[in-house]
Design a binder for this molecule. Structure first.
Ligand code: NAP
Length: 283
């Protein structure tokens, strides 16, 4: 029997077991998926001893994504570029491999929920400069977006991210920092707007964004998935504009890990979505 797990601190809130156990059952695989609470500072040692713990791989959540990259013998381009890993597996030689599936998960979800979106609908506005924003910038860059406006409460973090991705882009201004207080002004310029902050999450304040300038063809994505319909998405829907919720990203980012560990590429189906949405209090 193959076993995988998710490591985090805390890890109790993780929806990954719900997703992977659903797939194990659906595909009739003799496998298991566990939660492992690993304290800060102990992730590298935990991941280096995966085989001894009888695991073939793991998902990695906060605060261990950097440690996972550091622990890996081999990391792919996405993990290096994003500077963090969220899935690891042991290869046939026993080497620890790492990847970051957040970028691919974000893009797969965007393409599924808003197929009308394309990289040439410019520019995009990314709100936030944390780990998730980093993955989204990478995803947009990979998708060929020509310009991204980036805004964050702490402007130094936005500038650092823009500097980091700038050299990878077509022009040095590919990622342009917008002052946090001017974020609503930037809305009117953009065909795609992404909330990559934790604002709007259950228990957090909503993201304040004036939608008066929102373009008719704009797509607004929120990567927060609890609640499924954030205050931002509700306001965008009230205006009749297209929205993309964060649950699909969560489901799609899980696909590559499961495929590595259990040798089946699982599907993100409406049934899986309902199954996980039910745990968020909204089906
Ligand atoms: P993170 O690295 O801690 O970054 C948090 C971001 O939110 C930063 O940009 C931070 O701004 C901003 N922020 C927090 N509180 C704020 C406030 N009161 N006012 C303004 N900005 C605030 O977290 P992360 O890993 O990027 O995750 C961000 C969110 O995305 C979380 O809710 C997470 O659950 C969600 N997420 C979803 C998926 C998915 O699959 N759907 C995947 C990854 C993450 P400062 O820099 O100024 O602090």
């Amino acid at each position: 029997m193959k076993r995988a797990c998710v490591i985090g601190w805390p890890v109790e809130h993780s929806r990954s077991p719900l997703i992977h156990r659903y797939w194990l059952k659906q595909y009739g695989i003799d496998g298991a998926y566990e939660k492992e609470a690993v304290p800060p500072g102990e992730a590298e040692a935990f991941l280096r001893a995966l085989a001894e713990r009888d695991y073939v791989g793991a998902n990695v959540t906060l605060p261990h994504k950097l440690a996972a990259l550091q622990a890996a013998d081999v990391a792919d381009e996405a993990a290096y570029a994003i500077g963090a890993a969220n899935a690891v597996w042991l290869d046939s030689a026993g080497k620890l491999n790492a990847t970051n599936t957040d970028a691919a998960g974000f893009m797969a979800n965007l393409n599924e929920q808003a197929p009308q979106w394309n990289a040439s609908r410019q520019p995009a506005l990314v709100i936030g400069a944390g780990g998730a924003a980093r993955a989204i910038l990478y995803a947009l860059l990979e998708a060929g977006a020509a310009k991204v406006l980036l805004t964050n409460r702490t402007s130094e973090r936005a500038s650092a991210l823009a500097d980091y991705f700038g050299p990878m882009s077509v022009t040095p201004n590919w990622v342009e920092v917008v002052d946090w207080k001017n974020r609503s002004l930037a809305v009117g310029e953009c065909g795609l707007i992404v909330n990559a902050t934790s604002l709007g999450m259950t228990g957090e304040k909503p993201l304040e964004l004036d939608l008066a300038r929102l373009r008719e063809d704009a797509v607004v994505a929120d990567i927060v998935y609890a609640p499924l319909v954030t205050p931002l998405l509700a306001a965008v829907r009230d205006r009749g504009r297209a929205t993309v919720d964060g649950l699909g990203m969560l489901l799609h980012q899980a696909v590559p890990g499961f495929e590595r560990w259990f040798s089946v590429r699982p599907e993100v189906t409406p049934e899986l979505r309902s199954h996980v949405a039910a745990s968020l209090g909204s089906a």
